[in-house]
Design a protein around this ligand. Sequence first.
Ligand SMILES: [Zn+2]
Length: 179
Amino acid sequence: MDHQLNAPTIDVKAFAKAQTFLSGHTPLAQFERISQDCVGEVTGDVVWSIQGSTQTSASGSDAAWLHLEATAHVPLTCQRCLGSVSLALRLNQDFRFVADEATALAQDEESQEDVLVLSRDFDVLALVEDELLMALPIVPMHEACTHERALTSEDEGDDFSDEKPHPFAALASLKIKKA
Ligand SMILES: [Zn+2]
């Protein structure tokens, strides 16, 4: 299959009706909004796929659905140690499409799936990027920072070396992880 397009757009209704599957590897650097938040060199691919389907709603009408899956590793600044942290993101999400914006807004609140507006030239990568951005944590951090560059060291006087990791702090975080 040829999926070399840089910015695939789909006719959502036709895509769903034909139960089309589309997948790709797109360089993370190509997602400009995410790249703005990244630190260091932005490498690696976002691996994504979408599956279209048609499902009959309670009212008996057919609705177009997309199922999106994606994985990415996004290099961000750890807000605890200020080192670089590569965050693994995984998307697994359903979207239902409706005819217009008003319906989408009205139904999105009360629906488990996300509700979007039908389009004939729906930008798949923009959707992937939107969802990745929403999946980013507000405060990115390592699960356990390897170098404790204590942010409070300035408050503690100058007797302590700023750069040395505090051995007991490291032990404490190990204990927490095992408990
Ligand atoms: Zn950290």
